[in-house]
Design a protein around this ligand. Structure first.
Ligand SMILES: CC(C)(COP(=O)(O)OP(=O)(O)OC[C@H]1O[C@@H](n2cnc3c(N)ncnc32)[C@H](O)[C@@H]1OP(=O)(O)O)[C@@H](O)C(=O)NCCC(=O)NCCS
Length: 279
């Protein structure tokens, strides 16, 4: 983090404007600068279900921020400030712009260590940890039967997803299913898609841990030898399980909320996220 006390405040030459499709190449430069694995296709998927803003300094894009509204809950994501511009209030300005999109909704995000102090100042509070696991998938044997589904299944799966997360994200799940794979167990489902350095398995949504473990194992089996990532809410308790299948614990995020609404009540759980950005 740059020492804010030695940096001039931002001048009026800096423009915050809507994220345009042509901005993806510059946004990709920023996400690569911070070491995130996103490809332009991953930015495109996020933008397809989000409203975003960029900060433009007259020459280059020096910041990004997005808001994905999924029914009554808005996810704030892709908050990046060019490292040369940090500590001068730009992160706060970008957050103000996307929080405006989310006004009236519950807001959620997954914070990096760098983002945490800013989000706390803006009224977000930590709720739980997200464990990032990745590695080369090993072969695995599902405990329970798992079969392959397809895009039309998503209508029903999106209802299950909503019951688990409170997110109404049928359009996102349809996009993921169309470009990836749908796995169905009797008591849950999982989606798989290309992402970053390889593939990601998520969301994984199920009525019990045995179904979730079976879906993940089937995902491993189908992608054995491939670089695979999975992001697990701490309380879902599958960190040790995926570690034994070759996906090491490589980092943590902090799930945060502002203006929380009622929690979904029921027996359906999100065992893995679609991504840290998209919940
Ligand atoms: C997180 C990030 C966006 C912050 O951007 P920034 O432009 O440096 O933030 P700002 O200068 O607007 O700081 C906003 C506030 O947070 C505070 N803050 C920021 N980083 C802080 C830190 N590491 N420790 C304590 N306070 C911090 C600032 O003091 C400031 O408070 P103030 O407005 O009351 O003075 C930037 O560091 C970044 O892009 N990091 C890499 C990508 C990343 O991790 N993004 C977050 C994803 S969830």
């Amino acid at each position: 983090m740059t020492d804010a006390s030695t940096q001039p405040m931002l001048g009026s030459g800096l423009e915050i404007r809507p994220f345009a499709p042509d901005d993806v190449a510059e946004a990709l430069r920023l996400s690569q600068q911070v070491g995130w694995p996103h490809r332009s296709e991953d930015w495109a998927l996020a933008l397809a279900v989000s409203e975003g803003v960029v900060a433009f300094d007259g020459t280059r894009i020096v910041g990004t921020a997005c808001c994905s509204r999924f029914g009554t809950v808005a996810l704030i994501n892709m908050i990046i400030v060019d490292e040369a511009m940090r500590g001068r209030g730009l992160g706060r300005r970008l957050m103000a712009a996307v929080m405006d999109f989310a006004r009236g909704s519950e807001m959620r995000l997954v914070a990096t260590l760098e983002g945490l102090p800013l989000y706390e100042k803006l009224g977000f509070r930590a709720t739980h940890r997200i464990f990032q696991h990745q590695g080369i998938a090993q072969t695995a044997t599902p405990e329970l039967p798992v079969r392959v589904g397809s895009v039309p299944d998503v209508v029903r799966l999106a209802e299950m997803d909503h019951a688990a997360s409170g997110l109404d994200r049928r359009a996102l799940l349809q996009r993921i299913a169309a470009q990836g794979e749908v796995l169905l167990a009797e008591r849950g489902f999982a989606l798989l898609r290309d992402f970053g350095r390889g593939r990601v398995i998520g969301p994984v949504v199920a009525r019990d841990a045995a179904a979730a473990r079976s879906l993940i194992a089937e995902g491993m089996l189908r992608n054995a030898g491939t670089f695979l990532r999975i992001d697990l809410p701490e309380a879902a308790g599958l960190s040790d399980f995926v570690t034994t299948l070759g996906l090491a614990h490589v980092g943590d995020g902090t799930a945060m909320v502002r203006d929380p609404g009622p929690r979904p009540a029921g027996d359906i759980t999100t065992y893995a996220l679609a991504s840290q950005a998209l919940g």
